[in-house]
Write a new protein. Structure first.
Lengths: 352, 352, 352, 352
């Protein structure tokens, strides 16, 4: 397929459909409305279903139902809408069902604003709801990457039987870039023999469930889930190293912020400062091992569109060996390459 | 007031009323039903309101409304119910309103089970919903402490204008112990001039809001919130050090798990192993500084009724200086002192 | 108590409180918002509860709950909001609970408009929901009457253990008139021994219920209800006869329309036409017997702010003995005395 | 198509699909669950959508949405569930959209019971919700008739742009009979140029709406609707006359009750009593004119599975010319032919 120029929100929808997603349940919220709008137009053409539900809670529970029947299904929303979906996501994780949830993040807390943000890092990576579970979280920095990640997300969801998040910000949702839809490297996906597809009287009914009243059963279930999460941590972490081989000042940033920070890295290098960037492409599993590949790092700085959330993972990675700094803008304010560079130099001024 | 023998869930309700809480909105879920049941009987007697709402979402939004009018208000639920309330909590945090939310934790994810659990640590301490916010989290280990903490929670909520969580587990909710209701050390609480109490035409209307459409306004708001959270981190952290002065093997545990682990500490000491316990009484702010008071520690072990959540804060505290181990049961399984000791000795066997 | 000048919506609220109503559950809709607004301000002052629910459905079910506990409780809404409450009203009728429901009618169907209307006659008098039940329906024509009827409605609700409707239109809700609050003639009201007020372990729990799975039980229940409705038909019908003794042209009209039609009657009489008016004050039970008191009637005309609904009851009353005509405006259009007179003369022109 | 043996509920579903209905939105309630269950299995096979909504209210609003897009859409429920849908039906009527609503009636009021009933006559024929509107109501007495009526209902809905009800009782829903699916006599159906199908930028957007804020606009709209209802009254009334030519004792009954009453007619005739039956097949429009075709009638008896609702229409038809009697069972009790005959003879005993 040749490259086509698409808006991020629409490209995400198209990517889902290319992955065989025929079902979308959602509720409107800025700045992601182009995505459900696109699905509402396109899904009926392929015999799929788009449904605007009564509420975010209804929508995620429809996702739960469709996923239980073995269908590829997606929902999307923006920050407070995703907050409302947290209980449902926990149910889907507990029932071990595949589903893809897209969060086009806006500022918070509460209603917050409608401009780009990365302030849902905690909610996304620490399981915003109850219980011992995690969800893989993809964080694209370009529209092409959003497309690729959505397509991979469906495979990962099916392979591990888990809900998968794709978190972007309004920048990526609203921006237009040329994209190509190419199938992801194919995983060996098993038939969904667990799905509730009707027995035809030929087998025992399958049961979709997240309730385990016997503590020992529930603990066994959690241990099984945990083993799965460890497997994901081993196999599915993704990150990009940008000019880090010799880097002394290493930024960590994802999504739109990473795109901006690359400019900072280039600019600093022109001034003779050996800067580099670790860009997590998966937020969970977080690329802890990337921090073993920066032998010359003397300073690390987490750059975020939030008041400092990913920095916790950075600190967990660094374990006190190198000073960890922070630069963030929030509430829809977007950091500039210069301001980031400025902050880095301020640190270096102090550190040198 | 003399000591009275009370069930945990009811003592929590009584403590709220002693603090001047006249409003309770909730939705039933095991294992916390004795708390709303108690409130439904007692609140009307003092001219208060108990209301069973249509849903958890409705309940937390009623809390939002009552808090906005300046009233002392509480809700309670258990894990998946609290998950449903996350969006509302984020609104309350964003609108800077005082409210107390009690979570009698059960196993998860999803519906999980109804037995005691501590698997909502992430949801409680990382703000389960969207945006840059935190909520103070109290974790009582006895019913007396539950009472004291609920009473303090109302003051802290008012003082900082923030929702406050009290997280316990079914053990504490169901158990009976003698308790005393004594007023907490009095903070200087300001009049709630911000509350929407009707203007009588004498002032401009107060507005309760979490929406800030201008990014710069929202960022300013988040920075103001962040300053408040830093203040809370400085002033409100609470923890107990149990035999830690000379401890070489330091456990970290809270709530019921801490109670059990104290027995482990005592047993190990009888065997000549210098054990101790750091018990966080506030989960956020986490007692990072407690880890500066264990000069002899050679091993640290996070003991949890979950698959390992608080251990992240422990690692953030320790910064790689000491090995951090983990022992957990989950899904309603309760660790025994012996099993914890066993695990510790296994570590020591390996470490010595 | 002396007369005070009040807006209709507020006077209705005050009347409820004077009747001992301490609980109000509702959801906002034009043109009745002054009523809940008034209750929200006044009820807390007397230790009562005003609650804005999540939805009309939630509100009526809260009324169901409060009524079950024996409290005097009211809700109000306008036409489509009342439609949403129909199922709940049927439950309250089936469970034989007292409650007062105010409908400040607006034009329909659907969202319709926000101007005065009487197009909910069928929904009000034929039980808009499922099953064999009726609700007494009061239709005030002045604010004083609205006050008196609300006060009586609480007594009637308690006496017969039934939901009672008070239907007015936006005219009456918005208009101001001087009113007096005087207790209605006192009925012998029994203690509510059926209410779920807590047993204190001293009696068997009371059960509030509308479910009867055994058909014979349900039929017995319906027969009991029917006997009650017959009792109400016998005792509670109310109407006003205006210049009907010698009337040859008899109008039938209620509420605001009746007020207007009185002017028509007077005007026609000045022109030598012997006009009169039957004004139903209760729509159910309908004043069938009033039609026995118009010996000279040669024509009857139902005047409504709807496309013709009450006319069915008029025809049932008249049983073909006298021609029944119709004049109506709808959608918020208010008939003028002249237009009604015109229509009457048109009929007479044809009939003479 | 040859005859197939089918359960009533399933035959209704199949009939809808044969009519081109591809969308079904509903919420479970006994005794109609076989219908949505059937649709959930069959609709996906033809690229249609079955969706179990969050609530009855959500379901009817999805019907509203699908109807607005020009699709053939159906929902079904039972009595209290239909009560919850009333507001939505009023919106659909106000917005002039075609949709088919099936009510498999159970006893009421409130939750009532789950056995067959006809106690929703008022709710069905008087528009259970707000405003000036009517819905055509089909009342099948056999499964074949249910099939034919559902198929015709879709055409009538499209032709007049109106919601159409099909009301049956649990007897018809649960019973099995051989049925044939033959297309109804074809009406001239216009293209749905009013549907919101996307403009492709080639026309002005269509608007689906039931809100008219200008009273004159709303009145004009109601007058237009009324003209449509008059047209339906003229063209669409359906009834069966059973042995009425010479009948002196005329029963009026519909649905299952009519089936039973036919046996009564035959039995009475064997005893020499000239009995007959008027069977309304449409409840609205009611077959008033059928009452002009019973020249010898001396007594009329409305037989219902309710406490007496249709009897109002019977009285409106008879206008006092002939005595109107009543026999009813309710709450799930089904009248026997003998008991009906008994009641008739009791009347005759008194009348002769």
């Amino acid at each position: 397929m040749a490259k086509v120029l698409m808006k991020g929100n629409e490209a995400i929808g198209r990517a889902a459909m290319e992955s065989g997603c025929k079902y979308f349940f959602g509720y409107p919220i800025t700045p992601q409305n182009e995505l459900p709008e696109y699905m509402s137009k396109e899904l009926p053409k392929i015999g799929g279903v788009f449904l605007q539900a009564e509420s975010e809670v209804a929508a995620i529970n429809m996702v739960y139902g469709a996923a239980g029947s073995g269908a590829r299904v997606m929902t999307s929303s923006s920050s407070p809408g995703i907050a409302l979906k947290q209980e449902g996501i926990s149910y889907i994780a507990g029932a071990e069902l595949p589903a893809v949830i897209v969060n086009i993040m806006r500022g918070g807390p509460g209603l917050g604003g409608i401009q780009p943000s990365q302030a849902d890092y905690f909610m996304s990576t620490r399981g915003g709801a109850n219980g011992d579970y995690r969800t893989p979280v993809y964080a694209p920095a370009t529209i092409q990457e959003a497309v690729d990640m959505v397509m991979e997300a469906f495979d990962v969801a099916d392979y591990y039987r888990t809900p998968v998040m794709v978190v972007a910000d309004g920048m990526i949702g609203q921006m237009m870039e040329p994209v190509e839809f190419k199938a992801p490297k194919r995983r060996e996906l098993k038939e969904k023999t667990w799905a509730t597809t009707g027995t035809n009287g030929e087998r025992k009914p399958n049961i979709i469930n997240s309730l385990f009243l016997q503590p020992q059963q529930l603990e066994d279930h959690c241990i099984r889930l945990d083993a799965k999460y460890k497997e994901i941590e081993k196999n599915e972490v993704q990150y990009e190293m940008y000019k880090t081989e010799d880097a002394e000042f290493v930024f960590v940033a994802y999504g739109t912020t990473a795109r901006i920070t690359k400019n900072t890295v280039d600019a600093l290098r022109e001034e003779g400062i050996k800067a580099g960037l670790i860009r997590p492409k998966t937020l969970w599993p977080f690329p802890f091992k990337a921090f073993n590949e920066i032998p010359n790092a003397k300073n690390i700085m987490s750059v975020e569109m939030s008041m400092g959330q990913m920095i916790e993972d950075v600190k967990l990675a660094v374990e006190g060996r190198i000073p960890v700094h922070f630069y963030g803008r929030t509430g829809g304010m977007i950091p500039t390459p210069d301001a980031i560079a400025e902050k880095a130099k301020e640190v270096l001024g102090g550190a040198r």
